[in-house]
Design a protein. Structure first.
Length: 127
């Protein structure tokens, strides 16, 4: 099955050997997003809530470039350097998602690229 590379300038550019997303059939695999501001490629300024919101905004931009939205996410993976922030992720996520919510995993990790405190990737299904 052919693959289609998804790219948008409204999300941070890939900073390595990967694509922002790859579509195979109706399934789109979104690469991990950290709280980089697309225009500056610098980490968003502000508190943890600002970082979480920037990650969701980045995922939304890539989903839109694929012809979908956050509502099309079937599986969301969340990586946190401090699982103590998980209640805040839930609180902010409620502003971006409505039921039925995607399947989800939250994983505590030792570190993330660019010393980010949060990273998320997702699988979305179009149609």
């Amino acid at each position: 099955m052919p693959r289609k590379v998804i790219h948008t300038d409204k999300a941070p550019q890939a900073i390595g050997t990967y694509s922002q997303a790859v579509q195979v059939g109706d399934t789109v695999y979104l690469s991990g997003q950290i709280p980089l501001v697309p225009e500056s490629m610098e980490m968003v300024e502000g508190n943890m809530e600002a970082q979480i919101r920037q990650v969701f905004d980045n995922l939304a931009a890539v989903a839109a470039a694929a012809g979908g939205s956050l509502a099309d996410i079937a599986k969301l993976n969340i990586f946190l350097t401090d699982l103590g922030h998980f209640p805040l992720v839930n609180q902010v996520m409620a502003d971006y998602f409505q039921e039925p919510y995607p399947a989800r995993a939250a994983v505590g990790v030792a570190s993330l690229p660019k010393d980010a405190a949060v990273e998320m990737d997702a699988i979305l299904v179009l149609g």
